[in-house]
Write a protein that binds this ligand. Structure first.
Ligand SMILES: NC(=O)c1ccc[n+]([C@@H]2O[C@H](COP(=O)([O-])OP(=O)(O)OC[C@H]3O[C@@H](n4cnc5c(N)ncnc54)[C@H](O)[C@@H]3O)[C@@H](O)[C@H]2O)c1
Length: 259
């Protein structure tokens, strides 16, 4: 498959290696600062991003850029009509806008705040654990995550999904509260906290805490490779399902639609 990469930073480089190892052609790498990208465009010039992708003849796009750029990129890329896989985090509140754009332009996108297969299993484990622990009122629950100090958004998109899964399992938690939280949490509040340090590729922990003991459920990524491989597999599957008619164009999909 001919693939264009929009955002050629740490993830873009890793995705290029994984895509090539899987036998794909990386026909364009588009970035605003990376000097080794095939297409260097001015920051904010989203038409130039789309133009570079179109001219490359790409059959699919993988977008891992920056929370401040992702909406501009998606608005320019989705109307091209080739499938767009989005890994950039920090835009969850604007999903409805992208759904509407897909429907209006008959374009197709797929997003996940975490493409690692292990994390997607971790989501299921967390939801089930929260459900079991919710039967014992002695156990409180909280979510913590750590990432490298270059990460722009906080809490991570993955931590927000982990928190949603905790709340799906434990209905007594109805509100998320975040980091600088200088009061006693109310019984219905789920505390989600973040640490930014060094080179951590991504660690997520759910704490279940009672007067007698503590249970920790942790997912610790070892490298970015799991995310990169997952995004390539996601584009392969999205493209195949669109071709077979199993999925229709004009929609925004998630991991559960593909795997
Ligand atoms: N979904 C997942 O599984 C997953 C995994 C890891 C990282 N991420 C997310 O992916 C994003 C990128 O992560 P990274 O570690 O590669 O960051 P990075 O800072 O190393 O790279 C981002 C690149 O995007 C470029 N960029 C910024 N605006 C652009 C634009 N308009 N067009 C093209 N390129 C642009 C930057 O110049 C930079 O080179 C972040 O939001 C991160 O949280 C998601």
């Amino acid at each position: 498959m001919k693939i264009a990469l929009v955002g050629y930073g740490k993830m873009g480089h890793m995705i290029e290696a994984c895509a090539k190892a899987a036998g794909h052609d990386v026909v364009a790498t588009v970035d605003v600062v990376a000097k080794d990208a095939t297409n260097l465009v001015a920051a904010g010039d989203y038409a130039a991003v789309a133009d570079a992708v179109k001219k490359s003849g790409a059959e699919g796009v993988i977008e891992f850029s920056h929370p401040t750029a992702v909406m501009g990129n998606l608005n320019a890329l989705i109307p091209l009509g080739i499938p767009v896989v989005v890994g950039t985090t920090g835009w969850g509140d604007k999903e409805a806008e992208i759904e509407a754009l897909c429907a209006k332009s008959n374009g197709t996108a797929m997003r996940s705040s975490n493409f690692s297969i292990g994390v997607n299993m971790f989501y299921k484990i967390v939801e089930e654990a929260a459900k079991i622990m919710a039967e014992y009122s002695d156990y409180d629950v909280a979510v913590w995550e750590a990432h490298h100090n270059q990460k722009a958004d906080s809490p991570s998109g993955t931590a927000l999904e982990v928190a949603r899964r905790v709340m799906a399992g434990n209905k007594t938690k109805t509100e998320m509260v975040f980091d600088a939280f200088h009061e006693r949490p109310k019984a219905n509040q789920l505390h989600v906290s973040s640490t930014r340090v060094g080179f951590v590729p991504g660690t997520h922990t759910v704490f279940f805490d009672s007067p007698a003991d503590e249970i920790e459920v942790t997912h610790r990524a070892r490298s970015r490779e799991g995310f990169a491989k997952g995004s390539v597999v996601a584009l392969e599957k999205l493209s195949a399902k669109l071709k077979s008619g199993e999925l229709k164009s004009g929609a925004l999909y998630g991991m559960s639609d593909l795997f």
